[in-house]
Design a protein around this ligand. Structure first.
Ligand code: ZN
Length: 145
C-alpha cells in the first residue's frame, strides 16, 4: 500500500476492534505496513475530528461516528473483494491490493450498484452457476494477463 489514507486507518481500526475489542498503534502500524510515528500523527487527526478516543492501557477506540464510518468502509472493502471474486479473481493477496487501490473511488452510489449486482447473484443461484460454468469454459484472453 502507498501512503494510507484516513479511510484506510478507520477501516483497520474498526476491524481490529471487532477482532480484539481495542486497537493499538503497534497493530495498526503492522497492518498498514507503516511506522508508529505515522500512526500517531493520523490518530491525532482522527481524534481532533471526533472519530477516535484514547483509553489508557487499552489503546484506541472509535466514537459512534468513527465506528459507523469504519464499518461502512469495511463493508465497502468486502463488497469489492467479493465482486472481484465473482468476476474470476482468485488470489487473495491480489484481490486485497486491487481493492486497496480502487476502494476510495467508490462512493455510495457506485457501491449501491455493486451491492445490487451481488444481491442478484446471491438470489439467482442458477444465473451464478451459469456464469461460473461459462467462465470455466471461456478462458481469459491474452489481454487479461
Ligand atoms: Zn480497504
Amino acid at each position: 500500500m502507498s501512503t494510507p489514507s484516513q479511510e484506510d486507518y478507520l477501516e483497520i481500526i474498526w476491524q481490529l476492534i471487532q477482532e480484539k475489542g481495542y486497537a493499538r498503534a503497534a497493530d495498526i502500524a503492522q497492518r498498514l505496513g507503516i511506522s508508529r510515528a505515522s500512526v500517531s500523527r493520523m490518530v491525532q487527526k482522527l481524534h481532533a475530528s471526533g472519530q477516535v478516543t484514547y483509553e489508557r492501557y487499552r489503546g484506541l477506540n472509535l466514537t459512534v461516528q468513527g465506528s459507523r464510518r469504519g464499518r461502512r468502509l469495511f463493508e465497502r472493502h468486502q463488497a469489492l473483494a467479493i465482486f472481484l471474486e465473482v468476476i474470476g479473481f482468485d488470489d487473495p493477496a491480489h484481490i486485497r491490493t486491487t481493492v486497496e487501490g480502487i476502494e476510495h473511488f467508490f462512493g455510495p452510489d457506485e457501491l449501491c450498484r455493486i451491492q445490487r449486482f451481488l444481491d442478484f447473484m446471491d438470489n439467482e443461484k442458477t444465473m451464478y452457476e451459469a456464469w461460473t460454468a461459462w467462465q470455466a469454459t471461456h478462458p481469459l484472453g491474452e489481454r487479461c494477463r
